[in-house]
Design a protein around this ligand. Structure first.
Ligand code: RFL
Ligand code: PHB
Length: 392
């Protein structure tokens, strides 16, 4: 098998990259270890930045997003007794869209499969051959057990945090930065109309809570839990009770409903550089992870592949190497901005372990910062421009 760009991973990064390349007449093949049903059922991100929506629109994959997605012009920040709205268009002239990653993935699959372009699902034994060569390759075993070799001009490692691409880059040329947070998020998808028009990020001494949504009839909610907590400790009643306590406000009620899905996600910040090694290019979670508090994971994946497709298109059509050479440094600049923002939001909103000697002091720092962010125009603009997508 031969193609221009061999793409490892059919998450949003890999799927969108293939669509952006095909828009410019450049063919690619995607390989994915999971089944299409599995990938489509994964519940993850929900907030898409202004610029990312523009990219999706230009790529011709945003029709349903524009029909069914919800434009949000701000968020609420709250702590006990107070809820404040930040108006993004007023502060920085931009908005975000609430549209599930699950739905975006379905849209991208449909477009690619309708165009008759291949995705090999349920592959195994994936390895990258000669990433430094002019013609690298990807070896894998197809779903029916047939060994395959895909020759290409470039390999895109879009295989997420647990993929094989990042580890193909020798340790001697890689640097990794990591922070593991001492808490996790328990997330539920619930069949109930959202009790709010825009997302509520709530600070509470018992732990952070977030009210998000997927549609006018489906809510997505999160509570901070201990890092080693297990879902068995959290029957539905306990989750709704924690949500109601942490988001309580006079005159406001949280409506509950049947839980469709629930799970616990650990939180980490992780960056691996460089994002290029010869003709292997990393994009999305394969190179970096952010905690979900800033809603940046999906958006960074979209920003990476937007930059990467542009660089590869220029290389293939104009023979230009400069954008390919600049890819890693330029992408990492945005990665670090989002890493800082996600860390900052996370530190401002999560309750520290009360046994921590610094917990009482840190709580006052958080409350002071929340008051500042909601009362100073400069501070709220900083949050707004980062949340809606600061491209530097
Ligand atoms: P993905 O989505 O992980 O896709 C990688 C794909 O690669 C496949 N794969 C392989 N394929 C071939 N060969 C191999 N050896 C392979 N190894 C793995 C995987 O099966 C998968 O299909 O990465 P991508 O495309 O970079 O997209 C990144 C986003 O998915 C991610 O940043 C966000 O979803 C992160 N994230 C969230 N981000 C937000 O902005 N807001 C959120 O609310 C939010 N919630 C979440 C999240 C991530 C979660 N994870 C990873 C557990 C909630 C969860 C639960
Ligand atoms: C979500 O809707 O899943 C979501 C929204 C905002 C976040 C994280 C997750 O910061």
């Amino acid at each position: 098998m031969r193609t221009r760009v061999g793409i490892i991973g059919a998450g949003p990064a890999g799927l969108l990259l293939s669509q952006l390349l095909s828009h410019h007449g450049i063919d690619s093949v995607i390989i994915e270890t999971r089944s299409q049903e599995y990938v489509e059922a994964r519940i993850r991100a929900g907030v898409i930045e202004h610029g990312a929506v523009q990219t999706l629109t230009e790529a011709g994959v945003a029709d349903r997003l524009h029909r069914e997605g919800m434009r949000h012009d701000g968020i609420y920040l709250q702590w006990p007794g107070e809820r404040h709205h930040l108006d993004f268009p007023d502060l920085c002239g931009q908005s975000v869209w609430v549209y599930g990653q699950t739905e975006l993935t379905k849209d991208l699959f449909r477009i690619r499969l309708e165009a008759g372009q291949p995705i090999h699902f349920e592959v195994s034994d994936v390895s990258i051959i000669d990433p430094l060569a002019e013609r690298p390759g990807i070896a894998f075993t197809d779903a029916d057990g047939t060994p395959q070799l895909l020759e290409c001009d470039a390999v895109a490692g879009c295989d997420g945090f647990h993929g094989v691409s990042r580890d193909t880059i020798p340790e001697s040329v890689r640097t990794v930065w990591q922070r593991i947070y001492p808490y996790s998020w328990l997330g539920i998808l619930a069949e109930v109309a959202p009790s709010t028009d825009e997302l509520i990020y709530a600070w509470h001494p018992e732990g952070f809570a977030l009210h998000s949504m997927r549609s006018h009839s489906i809510s997505r909610l999160y509570v901070q839990v201990a890092p080693d907590d297990v879902i068995e400790n959290w029957p539905d009643d306990r989750i709704w009770e924690a949500l109601a306590t942490r988001m309580a406000l006079d005159g406001w009620t949280l409506d509950s409903g049947p839980t469709l899905e629930k799970g616990i996600t650990p939180m980490r910040s992780f960056v691996s550089a460089p994002m290029r090694y010869g003709n292997l290019f990393l994009a999305g979670d394969a190179a970096h992870i952010v905690p979900p508090t800033g809603a940046k994971g999906l958006n960074l994946a979209i920003a990476d592949v937007t930059r990467l497709s542009d660089a590869l298109v220029r290389r293939f059509t104009e023979g230009r190497e400069d954008l390919v050479d600049a890819y890693s440094d330029a992408a990492l600049q945005r990665v670090w901005r989002s890493t800082h923002f996600s860390w900052w939001m996370t530190s401002m909103l999560h309750a520290d372990d009360p046994a921590d000697a610094n917990a009482a002091f840190l709580r006052q720092m958080q409350l002071s910062q929340l008051r500042y962010v909601t009362s100073s125009r400069a501070a709220s603009t900083t949050l707004a421009e980062n949340y809606t997508g600061f491209s530097g």
